[in-house]
Write a protein that binds this ligand. Structure first.
Ligand SMILES: [Mg+2]
Length: 197
């Protein structure tokens, strides 16, 4: 039977978005991300990162640097008692990519390609899956893929949780865990508003 998945943006959700992160020594994890991923994994969700990485296509860093960073990042999740089941990235950019990297690609968010590939590989039930990102393009990609729960992390939003235009806005990773717990509690629907900021 297909599993639910957590389809997770990377920059601004897993790590601070410093712009084209590609070195281990520059990676700063955001508070609460490991607890959040553990909460999903403990409930039998598969967890995959889906991340636009046009820095590769722009020639700012190489695919091998990305792979090295992500191998290290996977290890950091495992060291904290959880895991990433998949990592998907899109190196292309339609205008700023160099050479073969300058192209439209449905994998690039807001396209749904990475999420659909993750769903195929990990045998996900997208309707029961969650997409967590920090930008409108993450929400658009999740919606285009048919992901059931769309959550935008907005750390300017205090610790609150509210609904906006077909998705949830959460002020922290802990608020997303709260939403998960309420959503999965038997016999209850997720409330339309929890802890307005
Ligand atoms: Mg992001």
């Amino acid at each position: 039977m297909a599993r639910a998945g957590l389809l997770l943006d990377r920059d601004g959700v897993v790590n601070e978005d410093i712009g084209y992160l590609h070195r281990v020594e520059d990676c700063r994890f955001i508070d609460g991300v490991f607890d959040m991923v553990r909460a999903f994994a403990d409930r039998a969700f598969a967890v995959a990162i889906v991340t636009n990485q046009s820095g590769i296509g722009r020639g700012l860093f190489g695919a091998e640097q990305f792979e090295h960073l992500m191998a290290w990042m996977r290890g950091e999740f495992e060291r904290r008692g959880t895991r990433l089941d998949g990592v998907y990235h899109c190196p292309d950019h339609p205008t700023a990519g160099i050479g073969e990297f300058r192209r439209e690609n449905p994998w690039r968010k807001p396209g749904p390609g990475m999420l659909l590939q993750a769903a195929a590989d990990l045998e996900l039930d997208l309707a029961r899956s969650w997409c967590v990102g920090d930008r409108a393009s993450d929400i658009a990609a999740g919606k285009a893929a048919g992901v059931g729960m769309l959550v935008r992390l907005d750390r300017e939003n205090g610790s609150g949780l509210h609904q906006a235009d077909g998705h949830w806005v959460a002020g922290s990773h802990a608020a997303i865990v709260q939403l998960l717990e309420r959503h999965l509690a038997p016999g209850t629907e997720a409330p339309s508003s929890i802890g307005q900021p």
